[in-house]
Design a binder for this molecule. Structure first.
Ligand SMILES: Cc1cc2nc3c(=O)[nH]c(=O)nc-3n(C[C@H](O)[C@H](O)[C@H](O)COP(=O)(O)O)c2cc1C
Length: 235
């Protein structure tokens, strides 16, 4: 029990570059997928398929796909940033601004940054990963009577967490790349021959960091979000 809690607490986002020469063993990728296979899903619909990309040429091609950060993302991202560790420790939610371009974390430059249409590339996110998992789902289906397939989306989150915990246990760096589900997915789908009716939910980069990537991780105290018998009442 203590071991499980330790893995849960130590699971983290590895945003550091990965060593492109250090391959993630196939047996470990299989174990991560096995953990995902047993994820709970609404109505046990198992509403996911996973494309494992290990081929260097394909990784290179995917890395060349252009990305266009949306003004909406830049604005709403700013709202979640803390500019110092002290600020984050106090807020207990959100993330540190350090990893983002300077203009994205400066209120005075934010409007300009939102108008900047210079594209980036997926390479900047992939950062040398030897293995990428692209998780897709069938847009023609939904969990029974689930408006907007909210239950299906929750299920994909369960898949994500199961795989993330297993990667943590195996000592493999893991980062979610939401950018794969944005407008960029049009190019990604074409490149990976993903059928039109399938959509990308998220992608994962797996690998071994080239630098130590410890950073401040915070959470709210459980007393601040747990109530007893009635909303707002102390438990
Ligand atoms: C649905 C979802 C999407 C996420 N998208 C990204 C992403 O695109 N890039 C990223 O670096 N982290 C992403 N994350 C990771 C969160 O930012 C991270 O879990 C959170 O800041 C807590 O940090 P920790 O994972 O180190 O505990 C995502 C997490 C979830 C659950």
């Amino acid at each position: 029990m203590d071991d499980l809690l330790k893995i849960i607490q130590e699971r983290h986002s590895t945003r550091a570059p990965f060593d492109p020469q250090k391959q993630v063993p196939k047996s470990d990728v299989k174990t991560i997928i096995e953990a995902g296979r047993w994820a709970p899903t609404a109505h046990n619909m198992q509403n996911f398929e996973i494309i494992v990309i290990e081929n260097k040429k394909i990784l290179e091609q995917v890395g060349k796909i252009k990305t266009y950060p949306s003004p909406e993302f830049i604005r709403e991202n700013y709202e979640q940033l803390s500019m110092t560790e002290e600020e984050l420790l106090q807020k207990k939610v959100g993330i540190l601004g350090m990893g983002f371009p300077p203009a994205w974390r400066d209120k005075a430059q934010l409007e300009m940054a939102m108008m900047d249409t210079t594209p980036g590339t997926l390479d900047e996110t992939i950062k040398g990963s030897p293995t990428i998992l692209v998780v897709v789902y069938d847009t023609r289906k939904r969990a029974p009577a689930s408006e907007g397939d909210v239950l299906g989306t929750l299920s994909l989150g369960c898949l994500m967490e199961n795989m993330w915990l297993m990667a943590q246990k195996l000592g493999i760096g893991f980062q979610i790349m939401s950018v794969f589900s944005g407008p960029e997915q049009k190019d990604i789908k074409k490149m990976l021959k993903i059928p039109e009716y399938m959509a990308v939910s998220f992608a994962i980069r797996l690998g071994y960091p080239t630098v130590k990537s410890r950073y401040l991780r915070v959470r709210r105290d459980s007393e601040s979000f747990t109530y007893g018998n009635e909303y707002g009442k102390r438990w």
